[in-house]
Design a protein around this ligand. Structure first.
Ligand SMILES: Cc1cc2nc3c(=O)[nH]c(=O)nc-3n(C[C@H](O)[C@H](O)[C@H](O)COP(=O)(O)O)c2cc1C
Ligand code: SF4
Length: 418
């Protein structure tokens, strides 16, 4: 896709390289447009959030534009906590000016003059590169009080993350940005209405914001040409785990998971048969071989009982123990839970204990029924997707890999994922 194609070809700290490769073309167009026109272009492109939930960016921006006339903020979510993901990092390290340009355009679109990049602490190189890029953008007056004599102001600060997975959840992130403990806020109000310090705030992922300059420069129709259904454009998938050729593969939506793993990834690194694939980070479902022909498309994945999330793809061969993976899902939730609600805080601990009992063959049927109940409570009673989606990997492991739990396959069939 336009924009990301610059990675590896430009020096990340060179405005000259950036401009020579089409940099700031989108922003130049945006400077000639009204805020409503910019939002309309983003809406028309069909761009959806790349952080995980796939929410349409244009609708979020429209809400912030319509809320005001307060101080507004653009917050870039660069916490990138999903297992096996690194697309945000590669973009920030390789082409940071695209992200900066995307944030300035977002500011023009909604009437915000201040942006924050919430960057995970484990990305020191991204921090160094971003700081340099911000400095040169200021010197060349693409950032600051009067961007290119347009009368528009915008500046960006970097804040380092609190080192917790849940700080990537947008409201916990805002709490952390405000200097508080990273605990999830109840919604409503949405951050678009009452976000950072109670002001209307756009929170978008790195890749979402970095997609915007290309959309403005080339037009929403061009972007719409890529993808399928309501999943427009491309996604930078990250192939990791037991895969021969791991790395970043940017493809339009619509390819199948099998094509991604076999054609691009070359199958398992061990050469053993593939057994399971987890897509969408630690809260994503485990797909067996029979689901590998699912198209990489937000809706198709939900229909198959999974989620695309941030495009992380972790491959496992036939040596994986899926009961261990299910237990790990609960353990991960127990460690990372912000502790605000009981189903997640306590349920995750109890879930790991119950899986351990199933593994030890203690009262298997009763404990399997308990897991079902627990998953239902977590799905229905958790305040955010951390507790609400932890049952997804657990239930998919139970359904598709029943042997590892000592279950008959008939019993497993009743365990619908999602
Ligand atoms: C537990 C949890 C962790 C999350 N971590 C991230 C993250 O690391 N990066 C990210 O962009 N979004 C993350 N999200 C999604 C954000 O809450 C939010 O949807 C996103 O920042 C919105 O931007 P987008 O619309 O551009 O995707 C997480 C959500 C949850 C529930
Ligand atoms: S589901 Fe978990 S992470 Fe989310 S608010 Fe509740 S306790 Fe916090």
């Amino acid at each position: 896709m336009p924009g990301r194609a610059r990675i590896g070809r430009v020096r990340p700290d060179s405005i000259e390289d950036y401009v020579a490769e089409g940099g700031f073309d989108g922003l130049k167009k945006a400077l000639e447009m009204t805020p409503a026109q910019i939002v309309e272009v983003v809406t028309k492109s069909g761009l959806r959030g790349r952080g995980g939930a796939g929410f349409p960016a244009g609708i979020k921006w429209q809400t912030v534009l319509d809320t005001g006339p307060d101080q507004k903020y653009i917050v870039c979510n660069a916490d990138e906590g999903d297992s096996g993901t690194f697309s945000d990092r590669m973009l920030m390290e390789g082409d940071p000016l695209t992200l900066i340009e995307g944030m300035i355009i977002a500011g023009l679109a909604v009437g915000a003059d201040k942006g924050f990049i919430y960057l995970r602490s484990e990305y020191p190189l991204a921090l160094e590169v971003l700081e340099k890029a911000l400095a040169i953008a200021r010197v060349s007056r693409w950032l600051g009080k009067d961007i290119q004599d347009s009368g528009n102001a915008f500046d960006i600060e970097i804040r380092i993350g609190g080192g917790s997975y849940v700080c990537g959840e947008e409201t916990a992130l805002l709490e952390s940005l405000e200097g508080k403990r990273g605990q999830v806020r109840a919604k409503p109000p949405l951050p678009a209405i009452s976000g950072l310090w109670g002001q209307p705030t756009v929170v978008n992922n790195v890749v979402t914001l970095a997609s915007v300059p290309g959309i403005l420069a080339q037009g929403p129709e061009k972007y719409q040409e890529y993808g399928v259904g309501r999943s427009r454009g491309s996604l930078a998938f990250q192939l990791a785990g037991n895969v021969k050729r791991g790395g970043l593969v940017e493809v339009p939506f619509g390819l199948t998971l099998r094509q991604l793993i076999e054609d691009f990834g070359g199958g398992t690194a061990s050469g053993r048969p593939l057994r399971a694939v987890q897509v969408g980070g630690p809260l994503g479902a485990y797909f067996p071989d029979s689901l590998l022909d699912t198209p990489l498309d937000y809706e198709a994945f939900v229909e198959a009982g999974g989620l695309l999330g941030h495009g992380g793809v972790v491959v496992f061969d036939d040596t994986v123990d899926m009961a261990e993976q299910a237990k790990f899902a609960f353990e991960f939730c127990a460690i990372e839970s912000c502790g605000k609600c009981t189903p997640c805080r306590i349920g995750s601990v109890r879930g790991a204990e119950v899986i351990a009992r199933i593994q030890a063959n203690e009262d298997r049927e009763a404990n399997l029924a308990l897991i079902d109940d627990l998953c239902e409570v977590m799905e229905a009673g958790s305040l955010c997707a951390m507790g609400g989606l932890t049952p997804l990997p657990v239930k998919s492991a139970l359904r598709y890999f029943s042997d590892d739990f000592g279950m008959s396959s008939d019993a497993a069939k009743n365990k619908a994922p999602g």
